[in-house]
Design a protein around this ligand. Sequence first.
Ligand SMILES: Nc1ncnc2c1ncn2[C@@H]1O[C@H](COP(=O)(O)OP(=O)(O)OP(=O)(O)O)[C@@H](O)[C@H]1O
Length: 844
Amino acid sequence: MAKIKKSSSAQASLKMGLSDERIPKLFGILLILVAVYLGVAFFSYLFTWKVDQDRVLRFSWKLLLNDGPTVDNWLGRLGAFLSNFWMYFLFGVPSFGVVYLLWRAGLNFLRRQPISKLINPFVTVMLAMMGGAVLLEFLFGSFTNFPLGGAVGAYLVSHLTRVLGAFGVILLLLTLVAIYLVFEVRIDFNGTPEQIKNDVINHFSGRFRGGKIGAPTKYGTGANNTSGSGGDGEVPALAPSFTDPEPATAPLRPSSAKAAILRPGGDDDFEIEGPATLGDQGIEQLAGKQMEMPMDAVGDLTLVGTDPLATGVDNLILADGDTGINTDLAVTAQNQNHTEPYDPTLDLPNFTPPHVGLLLERETGSAEVDRSELEANKDQIIETLLNYKIEITKIRATIGPTVTLYEIVPAPGVRISKIKNLEDDIALSLAALGIRIIAPIPGRGTIGIEVPNKNPQMVSMREVLESEKFQNAKMDLPLALGKTIKNEVLIADLAKMPHLLVAGATGQGKSVGINSIIMSLLYKKHPSQVKLVMIDPKKVELFPYAKLESHFLAFLPGQTEPITTETTKVIHVLNSLCIEMDQRYDLLKKASARNIKEYNEKFVARRLNPEKGHKFLPFIVLIIDEFADLIMTAGKEVEMPIARLAQLSRAVGIHLVIATQRPSVNIITGVIKANFPARIAYKVTAKVDSRTILDGGGADQLIGRGDMLLSNAGDIVRLQGAFVDTPEVEEVINFIGKQRGYVEPYLLPEYNTDEEMAGSGSLSYADLDDNFEDAARLIISQQHGSTSMIQRRLKLGYNRAGRIMDQMEQLGLVGPAQGSKPREVLVYDENELTRFIDDLRNRG
Ligand SMILES: Nc1ncnc2c1ncn2[C@@H]1O[C@H](COP(=O)(O)OP(=O)(O)OP(=O)(O)O)[C@@H](O)[C@H]1O
């Protein structure tokens, strides 16, 4: 690598032409210096204008000659002349916009970004300068002699006031601001004033952040931030939000009668933890230790991200050769020559992540908990346990969004196993739907009884996404799943799980849960950092996400629908993912990297050569909504690749989320279970189903509507899932879908079954690329078998055009490749092609 660099720079020094990267860099430095000069001169003008103005006006450019007068401007006569020119004759104070533009242009040249990137800021700043000049002149012009809005501002104001009247000018200015807010900032007027303010602040901070050298991006993959979101020392060994922090509330009244046996009716030693509205006399706000539910802490993968167009040799060919390609994307190719760290998000630099205003602010229900409800439940628990001769010394309540946890301390001598054995009887006696007994609560030595609240609260997706925990989560694949019994938002890192099995009876919240998982990723990650592979045999659950095809989705080449629904295609996708996994392992091996984190770090530092096939690797999340149908129809053909992926894909950043509403053993097989230590169970109808999912009961005692158990390697935590409705999901999808995506989506490797590879005979009509017919017609009409012609004329990527050419060869339309020469075309007449294709179609 070092060698290559050396020789190329030696060559460059022989001939310093326009292609020499040093020239734009020099030019960039020059522009920055000019910007600094003008900035200082303008600033000085604010103080020296009175003295200098007369002299400059009298002498004009002659001021620059030797015999002119002296001036006060800190940057001499040139400073006085230029600042007067801009401030007095042009835009007044908004002339500082020119300084910004020069600075920005300088950086652009330094970074060797395309000039087209400057068009937007140029137009915006020019308009802002004009608007600003009018505004300043209109509002304050009559109070000062200083040319606040310059001649431009003064002229426009006087002209506009004559045409529209003073009030008309005010309305015009307000209209301009409104147009800006609607088109550029995309304000959601449904939001609260606070959100609108945040949107505006985010908009502007985002804009200006884009102009700083090496500033970390909002996705944590800034050029300087090579270790990505989970750099060393940043990610705790345990997934942070899985371990609830110790709350700081102190007990108001210490428990006095520890040894006393509790009787129903009394409220001694009944301690309650929960919403503040419970601060009633006689009830305590308790500082209890919290349940610890550590996640699997093996390894710590770090996201750096990837860009599908950026680095593959194919894509570089595409970027160089195709004039139709968006110049912004061609940054990528230039990015290759840079010495600064690589930043994958720069390939879609203007991508704006969805804002929470797209989600509804829901009425989460009253936080008030009825004291009599608590007392009644406490009495019933004590009484029921006494019936079984179980005495307790202390009971404490923790009120969650939908259930209250009564934590009891048994009297000395009561064996926990006794309570465990009586679990079903106790539940029956308590006779409320959804009672779950946890005996003992791991690490606490106490027993938990969860009882549903009469007035459950909903947990909205918006509130969990807005929570500080989510906002600050430095995880590779953060999932905002819901709230724990302690009303705390729980964020889990899918990258550490490393796969997730989701199961529950129909109508209990699974689809909402899958949506909240996807939403979490869409809200937190840039399209260059994560790709979603979606499989939806039911065809109804995931289809709205198809609009994200050129942003977040990955699928097979030639696939018309980016979301896979047919079983045969699903098998292809799964096997293709296995190939992707193997290819990623090969890349890791070549790069001597142990996992995706190390690999991407090396890539960011430009220690891996893209010409040798190295590229940025995004995380890939495979989502299967309803894999029961697949297992039933394709059995091992589906189960085996899933198991293989689950066993091996973690190190290369491929993670699986598979869901089913049929939690039976023939669906969730031993092989699947063994490879999915992290599982989510929604309510199921029978205990046996709960055992199938969680290896234990509990899911049968849930209350539905998003009430769920999250289990990781045996540790179980009860959560109220975040709720997001389909229209909200669609809003978010539209928000992203409307933005510019990659020219070519992220394609998975092609997978051919053995028969398909055997020869032309097995290639069916369905296998043909969507552009096959057009490409074949082109080749035949031109009698010229060239891939690059297909690429150019049909505006296809190099890979895809190459694949179409292979299919033509398989079908005998063209001869084999002949090096750089075009292939021989074996069909001479388009009618013959029509017959051939009809034939193929009829064969199916
Ligand atoms: N987290 C939640 N909070 C509140 N209500 C919820 C939550 N999740 C689901 N619900 C309620 O339960 C209903 C069913 O949820 P959902 O569609 O997710 O179930 P499902 O298990 O996916 O059903 P199916 O298997 O038929 O697709 C929702 O329409 C909603 O009313």
